[in-house]
Design a binder for this molecule. Structure first.
Ligand SMILES: *Cc1c(COP(=O)(O)O)cnc(C)c1O
Ligand SMILES: [Zn+2]
Length: 427
């Protein structure tokens, strides 16, 4: 017998394990519930035991919905967590108290979506699907296609037609069937729900959604372990469907429950793009339900106008004493550049949203300089280079001659000198 099963988040009815995401009794979402007493009795989920395991997300297997027959495949997760002293200075934090959790280097497809897909496909196998599928804002498409190739599933990927070219190419390359839909993500997602009713396919974020979502918890487990089995004061999390932020909270709660970390009130801060900010708008106006929006932002990976877990994201943020902010597209670009120039990390638009929102939260004194704060950077900048087109003008090449270079250098220094003088005059 497995130590986990599906349970309705509202009425508590249990549903065993099956490809299903909604409770038939009350139409609320299902989530995976664990037998924590059994995990405690087994005695294998301890700091010591975990620290001896391989550096990937499978080290937290006891708290993931993995079938008995499951054999870890790819080494997904266990991405770096490190201090960001130079960014801290610019945002208004103490240098040693700001951390970055860098899923821009998560394997195999450079976003945190690799974590959720890895778990969903373990269940897809168990349920006997030979085809896996998803509706995606980009990163999920990449992750499903890559994992499907490796695990020998057929993959059908549904995306809005106008996604970033790198994200489309980064799906095609794995041999997945990519279906471009002339419509918004929310329309793509609705279509996928209908297809899931028709075909015997495992849609990772539709009929496998409760299992998929559990993969996000590993971000939380890793943050705690990498801080030395300690919880931070604050986390700042970019939100699309609102699942990641809810699951980091669940991860922290589970570690407290099982005695791996000391109990602590962590504040949860959400980040969205202003052009698609249904969750952050609800937090700011005090609403407990989402009012759907029509997305208009360059932060495509976060552009979900009607977030499936919006209600629970609002609740997580409010109950923790946190807040949610949002930033304009120009602020997203400035923040991508700020993170790159201060810490050497090139993030995609979602990371710009996180850094920009964090800056606002510091300026509002909602996050204090001396508090331990973790920014979740969830995706890689090489996937969204199109948003930086035009920011850096291509310079005319010079001849491969030392004299040419000396001239070039002098010109560059002169320009810098003029810039400095004008700024002094301007001041
Ligand atoms: C999907 C995604 C998110 C947000 O995930 P949700 O769990 O849907 O809120 C954040 N960042 C990136 C880069 C993503 O692709
Ligand atoms: Zn129910």
């Amino acid at each position: 017998m497995s130590h986990y099963e599906l349970r309705c988040r509202e009425c508590g009815r249990t549903w065993g394990n099956q490809p299903r995401s909604i409770c038939d009794e009350c139409f609320s979402p299902l989530e995976v519930a664990y037998d924590y007493d059994a995990i405690r009795c087994e005695g294998s989920f301890t700091r010591e035991r975990i620290s001896q395991r391989s550096p990937n997300m499978w080290r937290y297997a006891e708290l993931l919905p993995l079938p008995q027959s499951f054999k870890p495949g790819l080494p997904v997760g266990f991405t770096p967590l490190f201090q960001a002293p130079h960014l801290a200075e610019r945002l208004g934090a103490l240098p040693q108290n700001l951390y970055i959790k860098n899923d821009a280097v998560c394997l195999p497809t450079l976003s945190f979506k690799d974590r959720v897909v890895a778990v969903a496909l373990a269940q897809a196998r168990e349920f006997g699907f030979d085809t896996v599928s998803c509706s995606s804002t980009g990163n999920l498409a990449n992750a499903v296609a890559a994992h499907a190739a490796r695990e020998e599933f057929k993959a059908w990927i549904f995306i809005p037609a106008d996604l970033e070219p790198a994200k489309i190419l980064g799906t095609n390359v794995f041999g997945a069937k990519v279906v471009r839909i002339a419509g918004s993500y929310d329309q793509v997602n609705r279509l996928c729900s209908q297809i899931a009713d028709e075909r015997n396919w495992g849609f990772v974020n539709v009929n496998l959604r409760p299992y998929y979502a559990e993969g996000s918890k590993t971000v939380g487990f890793e943050i705690a372990e990498q801080l030395g089995w300690r919880l931070p004061d604050n986390v700042v999390v970019p939100m699309a469907g609102g699942s990641l932020i809810v699951k980091i909270k669940k991860a922290f709660d589970e570690l407290i429950k099982l005695g791996l970390v000391e109990g602590k009130e962590v504040k949860f801060f959400g980040a969205q793009a202003t052009g698609c900010s249904p969750i952050s708008t609800a937090v700011k106006t005090g609403a407990s339900e989402i009012e759907p929006q029509k997305p208009a932002t360059i932060a495509r990976s976060l552009a979900i106008g009607n977030p499936a877990d919006g209600h629970y994201a609002i609740k997580t943020i409010k109950n923790s004493g946190g807040w949610s902010e949002d930033v304009s597209d120009p602020e997203v670009i400035d923040s991508i550049r700020l993170l790159a120039e201060t810490e050497g990390i090139f993030t995609e638009t979602a990371g710009g949203v996180t850094v920009g929102s964090a800056g606002k939260l510091y300026r509002q004194d909602r996050i204090l300089p001396e508090e331990t704060t973790v920014l979740c950077i969830t995706g890689n900048g090489l996937k969204t280079t199109d948003v930086l087109a035009g920011v850096y003008e291509a310079e005319r090449p010079i001849a491969p001659k030392l004299a040419e270079f000396e001239q070039y250098l002098q010109r560059t220094l002169d320009v810098a000198e003029v810039a400095r003088e004008t700024s002094v005059v301007g001041a």
